[in-house]
Design a protein around this ligand. Structure first.
Ligand SMILES: [Zn+2]
Length: 427
């Protein structure tokens, strides 16, 4: 069976440059395009929980006119391409709406956390994923998108908590809604809160000499768990966060099956495997409901490097005497990045440098590592379609990663951009 080759695009690109897609069929074997451009009914729009003046900042807002999408669908299908319609989940503009924004363990909206040096995703914060009004709106929108358009699947993005470069996000959402859900599921919220706050306190009081010695001698998960006091409450907390995301997505799937049949193709992109649990993505759980996993490993700077840099910078800020190189090495080791030869200084790591990914010499090593982990995290019971950049990164890097994905047994690949692979006028 031919492997999937997908491309994130827009209806206007299809209608204005139909030949571009023929060229992609010839050069990379394009089989699928993923695009939005739908309208939503008045019945769904009235469910939008945001105030009318800011209604468009809801995840999956829909557009005013779907004419271009309908023309693009005809063109794509005429070329033998399949189309997945695109929607979005909780991570987004919640900072504008404190009552709906994810909150930390102290009841503070995460939008109120002071700006961090490398907190690249701090301006886009997740809504509480247990907000009933928002979830009802999203459910209606997704059902309409799959039922009202001639598409072969529904692909979501941003169905997660904020990225971990914004470290405080790990301790939300802990709002009253989420506390109630935790209780219903049998979790002891107060124990989880106590463990999380104690852990947070330990991160503020690390012994610099111990970090250095541990880096020198090497340590594993069992060592770190003892030293940092990872207890039942903390493990429960991360399990609960991921269960919230899984349960909501599964409930959306059930609504889609009811509307479009059991063979409906539905899934979301999945955070880079090494960091996935920190945004509530548990690959193992996804195997039980999703049509596929789709490791979103295209955002090396924002998702991977910024998490490493931000964590190391915060540990240095909080712990007197902790050397930057020791903090970085500690963080590299926590995420299994310590064998990649990454820099020993935050400046050399380069987060925030313009066009970093165009010239970063570790792009291949990092993406290749996540490709391998993404394949291992998915046991093969559902397909795996990693997302990589087809732009910004050098052509040889993109081509090598596509070959790696194939060789590793991924079931296809989804491209973000194609500049590195194909020069096409107007694109
Ligand atoms: Zn909440």
């Amino acid at each position: 069976m031919a492997k999937l080759v997908g491309l994130y695009t827009e209806p206007g690109v299809v209608t204005e440059h139909p030949g571009y897609f023929d060229a992609l069929k010839d050069t990379v074997g394009l089989t699928h395009i993923l695009m939005a451009g739908y309208t939503l009914s008045a019945e769904t729009r009235v469910k939008n929980p945001l105030p009318p003046e800011d209604a468009a900042s809801v995840p999956t807002p829909g557009s005013d006119d779907d004419g271009e999408l309908l023309r693009a669908l005809d063109i794509a299908h005429g070329k033998g391409l399949q189309v997945w319609i695109r929607g979005w989940g909780w991570h987004g503009y919640a900072g504008r709406h404190p009552s709906m924004c994810a909150q930390d363990m102290l009841g503070r909206p995460l939008s109120e956390v002071p700006k961090l040096r490398y907190g690249l995703e701090q301006d886009s914060i997740a809504f509480c994923p247990n907000h009933e009004g928002l979830n009802e709106y999203l459910r209606s929108a997704y059902v309409e998108m799959i039922a009202n358009y001639d598409v072969e699947g529904l692909n979501l993005s941003h169905c997660r908590y904020s990225a971990p470069s914004f470290l405080h996000t790990l301790f939300g959402c802990a709002c009253e809604r989420c506390q109630a859900v935790a209780g219903d599921q049998g979790y002891d919220f107060e124990r989880m809160r106590g463990s999380a706050l104690a852990f947070w306190d330990r991160l503020h009081n690390l012994d610099a000499a111990t970090v250095r010695a541990a880096n020198e001698h090497g340590w594993g998960l069992a060592d770190v768990s003892q030293w940092l006091g990872v207890d039942t409450g903390l493990v429960d907390w991360f399990a609960f966060r991921a269960r919230v995301i899984t349960d909501q997505l599964r409930s959306f799937k059930e609504a889609l099956v009811a509307a479009a049949g059991a063979d409906v193709v539905f899934g979301t992109d999945t955070f880079p495997p090494s960091f996935a649990m920190l945004v509530g993505h548990n690959y193992r759980d996804f195997l039980s409901w999703s049509s596929y996993t789709s490791p979103l490993i295209s955002h090396v700077e924002i998702f991977m490097l910024a998490t490493l840099a931000s964590s190391a910078a915060l540990l240095c800020e909080w712990n007197q005497g902790l050397e930057e190189s020791d903090a970085l090495w500690f963080v590299y080791r926590l995420f299994g990045y310590d064998h990649l030869g990454l820099p020993e200084t935050l400046d050399a790591l380069g987060v925030g440098t313009p066009d970093l990914e165009a010239c970063y010499d570790k792009i291949y090593d990092i993406v290749s590592l996540e490709l391998r982990r993404g394949r291992l995290y998915n046991d093969g019971s559902i397909p795996s379609y990693p997302v990589i950049k087809g732009t910004t990164w050098p052509k040889a890097t993109v081509q090598r990663l596509m070959q790696d994905a194939d060789a590793l047994g991924h079931d296809g690949i989804i491209l973000q951009g194609t500049d590195s692979l194909l020069e096409y006028p107007g694109i």
